[in-house]
Design a protein around this ligand. Structure first.
Ligand SMILES: NC(=O)c1ccc[n+]([C@@H]2O[C@H](COP(=O)([O-])OP(=O)(O)OC[C@H]3O[C@@H](n4cnc5c(N)ncnc54)[C@H](OP(=O)(O)O)[C@@H]3O)[C@@H](O)[C@H]2O)c1
Length: 323
């Protein structure tokens, strides 16, 4: 048996409990991971609360189909299926699971995990998958950032933003991070060339003309953000927040439609969990070119607090549940 967080219904409080369930057994191509740490992000919070309601079409109408929350994990391989050769029991790995990670063990397809690089802790590795992949794909694949370009990142102190600042710098950009006063030093330490404190300055009124804007917050109207972009610049509207029924869907549709009528590239996107991109991130961790920022850790039985903290929207880097 193992301890696992279980969710029987949607809501903000008293919906998660720690229970004893059977340890899953790996299929031929699976890996059983003894979870050491599992990071949580805004998507996990949305699944806990069941809002926006549209997500229930995917995750389950009355309760989430997978009773165990969480997607990102790092830990030690406890057992492997008979066709698995890439990792062995005892290896440290990190990656993602679609069957829940807030548990002592998680069973995942072998290609959903890669080795934890030397010098990276299990807590740091657990912080990487969702936010790191989103930042990497946004900067490298969607914006196709080139050396010398100017890139502005809102929410630069958050889970996605803290990775995006580092990756945009690696791609050779001149990076501006937008954050609150208390996070100015953090964002600068991540490599940002310029920092805009949004409590004092509205970045849409600073006449710079950015080549790329990754807008993780979307607190400003689309028209104002576009004015801060060059005439052929790329804007990635990336906030998952929105109304309680459709979340960000209205804004995504508007941006896509508008995209057909302007030279500016308006590119909302959904990150994709690709093993080769996770390996690319592992390389960046190994060489010290990217360092995860850990805000807080919570024990397993306080997972609901971790999710509510993430939902409040003021995290500095990542929040990790240790198991
Ligand atoms: N496209 C995808 O596939 C994908 C994947 C994952 C996540 N996302 C989305 O990416 C967004 C960012 O995720 P995250 O995990 O980084 O969120 P987060 O961790 O909640 O980050 C929010 C950060 O933004 C800061 N912030 C709040 N208001 C701000 C403002 N007006 N201007 C600048 N910074 C502000 C917060 O600090 P202060 O409050 O102290 O300022 C906090 O550090 C989310 O909306 C999420 O849904 C998209």
């Amino acid at each position: 048996m193992m301890r696992a967080v279980a969710q029987q219904r949607y809501g903000l409080s008293s919906v998660l409990e720690t229970i004893e369930v059977d340890v899953p057994s790996p299929g031929a191509r699976d890996v059983l991971v003894q979870v050491g740490a599992a990071s949580v992000h805004l998507g996990d919070y949305f699944v806990m609360t069941g809002k926006p309601y549209v997500l229930r079409l995917v995750f389950g109408l009355r309760r989430p189909r997978h009773g165990i929350p969480g997607r990102d994990l790092a830990g030690v391989v406890a057992a492997v299926g008979k066709e698995v050769t890439a990792v062995r029991p005892g290896d440290e790995v990190f990656g993602w699971s679609t069957a829940g990670t807030l548990a002592e063990y998680a069973c995942v397809p072998a290609d959903h995990v890669v080795p934890v690089p030397a010098g990276t802790s299990v807590v740091e590795a657990a912080a990487v998958p969702t936010s790191g992949l989103t930042a990497l794909q946004a900067m490298r694949d969607i914006a196709k950032v080139r050396p010398g370009q100017t890139v502005l990142i809102t929410g630069a102190s958050g889970g996605v933003g803290s990775f995006a600042v580092q990756i945009a710098k690696l791609l050779g950009a001149e990076v501006t991070g937008v954050c609150s006063s208390r996070n100015v030093d953090l964002v600068r330490s991540l490599g940002a060339d310029h920092v805009v404190d949004y409590t004092r300055t509205d970045f849409t009124r600073v006449d710079n003309g950015y080549d790329v804007i990754l807008d993780n917050v979307e607190s400003q109207p689309l028209a104002a953000v576009r004015r801060a972009l060059t005439p052929a610049g790329t804007l990635i509207p990336n906030s998952g927040r929105g109304g309680r029924w459709l979340g960000p869907l209205g804004r995504i549709v508007r941006a896509r439609v508008l995209s057909g009528f302007t030279r500016q590239r308006l590119k909302p996107f959904a990150s994709v969990e690709k093993p080769k991109d996770l390996l690319a991130l592992a390389d960046l961790l190994l060489t010290g070119q990217v360092t995860p920022v850990i805000d807080r850790t919570y024990p397993l039985h306080e997972a609901a607090d971790a999710l509510r903290y993430v939902g409040a929207g003021h995290t500095r880097g990542k929040v990790v549940v240790t198991i």
